[in-house]
Design a protein. Structure first.
Length: 363
């Protein structure tokens, strides 16, 4: 087992990574408190892992809230359902919420914890690769709005994160690939040797080799923990972790939440970011092409955005993005593999070339 600490003073917390962790109640015992425990999950994960998760709390009264699966259900209705259940059951401030699921469940549960009775404790038990390497760590919580992804939320840290790699064995291949997009992001913006290692080990990682996956998750969590410790609320270096997300969130919103997995649109967005970086002259054409090749060929990810999104749609949605400032779209781009930058002054003509490049992205 690996342990990675997120250092945030009094709000610091550990990330436990390894096999069989759902069978180790001693890991979460220090973070439970004296109140009731409510596990929030969805109708796909709960039949697989709810009973095991309950066993982490042998001394406590454990209730459950089961949400419908999918990004299309990440909205204020889900939050209201959690509030209704907690209020009807007279759950007090000593209550612990437990997020058992992927990024959607984690984001919803975290936001409910941040806002119920002005804040109660929660822990993350992520069950997808994307959630284990990214969304469960760092305290970003929230829900979508019809006009934009993750527009309603809060920064609110969990008490701990329990990343049991055994649960990834039931994850569909499409979900594994989606999670790997967020993994590759870390290498592209922060750690070139890690990007090279991922490319070299893509076959084993894609086949869910347990040792390679554990090492992958550990490295991602170490990078994110270090960045969050420096910039918890994304006023500086943490913004780099949004590589591919400005384009990707626009694709998700335009296509309708749930038609593409988040990681799939991030892969498309990273390809578009590499293309725009090439057009700016910041990276060489062969570097941009290598990035697309690793995403598309090594890991089998979709890299081409839907052809039916217009330039006008992209611009409108990206101007509504949380990262936009003073009427300018801010992109995370690349000066090199391992060197991400945030840039808000992009020539419209170059941006339009990327938005309309289609299969010529990075070529």
């Amino acid at each position: 087992m690996f342990t990675v600490d997120v250092e945030l003073g009094e709000r610091s917390y550990p990330i436990f990574i390894g096999q069989g962790l759902l069978g180790k109640p001693d890991l979460v015992a220090p973070f439970i408190g004296k109140g009731k425990v409510v596990i929030v999950s969805n109708d796909v994960v709960a039949p697989l892992y709810l009973d095991q998760a309950r066993q982490l709390f042998p001394e406590h009264d454990v209730a459950k809230i089961i949400l419908p699966d999918g990004e299309s259900n990440k909205n204020l209705d889900a939050i209201s359902h959690i509030y209704d259940t907690l209020l009807a059951g007279k759950y007090d401030r000593n209550t612990l919420l437990v997020a058992l699921g992927g990024g959607v469940v984690g984001d919803i549960t975290g936001f409910a914890a941040a806002t119920y009775l002005r804040g109660i404790n929660f822990i993350q038990i992520p069950t997808t690769l994307l959630a284990q390497v990214d969304s469960s760590v760092g305290g970003k919580t929230g829900v979508n709005h019809p006009l934009g992804k993750n527009m309603i939320g809060a920064f609110y840290q969990p008490r701990c994160v329990l990343a049991d790699t055994d649960v990834l064995t039931t994850l569909p291949l499409r979900e594994v690939k989606a999670g790997l997009a967020e993994v590759i992001k870390y290498g592209l913006v922060y750690d070139a040797p890690f990007f090279d290692w991922l490319a070299e080990n893509s076959k084993g990682i894609g086949e869910s080799d347990s040792a390679l996956l554990s090492q992958t998750i550990k490295t991602c969590c170490e990078i994110k923990a270090a960045i969050v410790a420096k910039d918890e609320k994304e006023s500086g270096v943490r913004a780099l972790l949004n590589l591919g997300h400005t384009f990707g969130h626009a694709i998700e919103t335009a296509s309708g939440y749930g038609n593409w997995l988040h990681g799939e649109t991030v892969a498309m967005g990273m390809t578009m970011a590499a293309d725009l970086s090439r057009r700016l002259g910041w990276i060489e054409p062969n570097v941009a092409l290598r990035i697309r090749s690793v995403l598309e060929e090594n890991f089998g990810m979709p890299v081409l955005p839907p052809a039916d999104i217009s330039v006008e749609q992209y611009l409108d949605l990206m101007l509504s993005d949380k990262k936009a400032e003073s009427g300018k779209i801010r992109f995370v781009l690349l000066r090199a593999i391992g060197q991400g930058v945030v840039e808000g002054d992009i020539a419209p003509a170059l941006l339009k070339e990327t938005l309309t490049a289609g299969d010529n992205l990075c070529r």
